[in-house]
Design a protein around this ligand. Structure first.
Ligand SMILES: [Zn+2]
Length: 357
């Protein structure tokens, strides 16, 4: 093989494909090697650059997280002689790795800087690990104009969901935080939102009067996520719920754990577009829900899209890169992505959706 052919083949194997090949190798390995392969496969999705590029530049792969000398040699062999096809099973398909997301962002240099908000994150009011003020302080360093705090509602006690009284207490705390931010000259503002639990019939679990005073209401399914029958009716019912503006992590899938729900997606996306509501890109690395493929369907239908990291800690705010890259890959126009709206535009959008029911 000549050098040009070799480098062309090397460039063809992405970190996500390497992850899949390491996962396959782990299945036939034992003991500490099995665990090392599994750890490296998971870490590959978070490597900051393509392993192929590291090797092509003559650098050692051991500088990447979870890559020791033995794993480095295994990856070098894969890159030197890649298989013709790498096709993950459905439960691991359609997940972007950080390095490829960053390549997409690099090709759209102003996109990340133009993003005004992150529209899903949790605090210690429900199951987040950081307090409200810690999350806002961390989000401020990312340059956002506003963020939506979306703690869980009472129907999800396992996530310490809030009832109406605690939601009201949180409203007072958020108002105080916004005053502190304004008086200290900071740009960022906090939107009071919620991730309301939806029953499989699309009903919420909170008093509509309490929801009406919020800046944004996300609705999400957290039960019966493993059913295999078509769930189109469930989605149509959720989109008819007058209290909800954004359908969060629509499919409920999780990397290598759960496939997520099935539906007649073009029909669901058309209903979303007609209602004027938004479908979410939950940018958590293990969710990526919607993914690029379904975002293309949503885009075709003309539906709005909302990007949220679903961060439960300060570090997870960085996942916004995965969500934005997915939207860019699906070519969703900025005018239909809530995160590019200024706070007043978003507020006007929410009132329009509420007025439409
Ligand atoms: Zn959720």
């Amino acid at each position: 093989m000549d050098a040009i052919t070799a480098s062309a083949r090397v460039a063809a194997l992405s970190n996500a494909q390497i992850a899949e090949l390491l996962t396959g190798a782990a299945e036939s390995a034992d003991g500490h090697r099995k665990r090392a392969l599994q750890r490296a496969a998971r870490a590959a999705f978070q490597w900051p650059e393509e392993a192929a590029a590291v090797v092509a530049e003559g650098r050692s792969l051991t500088q990447l997280p979870q890559v020791g000398p033995w794993i480095a040699t295994a990856i070098e062999s894969l890159l030197a002689d890649p298989p013709e096809h790498v096709e993950p099973p459905e439960i691991r398909r359609g997940f972007l790795a950080l390095a490829e997301a960053r390549a997409t962002l690099a090709a759209n240099p102003d996109a990340l800087a133009s993003l005004r908000s992150d529209l899903q994150m949790h605090t210690t009011y429900s199951d987040g690990r950081a307090t409200l003020r810690e999350m806002v302080r961390a989000a401020a360093t990312r340059g956002y104009a506003h963020v939506a705090i979306t703690d869980h509602s009472k129907g999800l006690p396992i996530a310490n969901g809030m009832d109406e009284a605690r939601l009201a207490e949180q409203a007072r705390d958020i108002a105080a935080v916004n005053e502190e931010l304004a008086s200290s000259g900071q740009r960022i503002r906090v939107l009071h939102a919620i991730e309301m639990n939806l029953s499989p019939s699309g009903d919420g679990d909170m008093d509509p009067a309490a929801l009406a005073s919020l800046d944004l209401v996300l609705g999400a399914f957290h039960s019966k996520l493993r059913v295999t029958e078509d769930q189109t009716e469930r989605y149509l019912a959720a989109l008819r719920n007058p209290d909800v503006q954004v359908l969060a992590h629509p499919r409920g899938r999780r990397y290598n754990v759960r496939l997520g729900l099935r539906a007649d997606w073009p029909r669901v996306m058309r209903a979303a577009a007609e209602s004027g509501k938004a479908l979410e890109i939950d940018a958590h690395p293990d969710r990526q829900d919607l993914d690029v493929e379904l975002l293309r369907v949503a885009n075709q239908a003309g539906a709005f899209v909302s990007i949220g990291t679903d961060a439960h800690s300060v570090g997870e705010l960085g996942s916004i890169e995965l969500g934005l890259a997915a939207a860019l890959r699906a070519e969703v126009p900025r005018a239909r992505i809530l995160n590019f709206m200024a706070a007043e535009e978003l507020a006007a959008w929410v009132s329009d959706v509420r007025a439409n029911g």
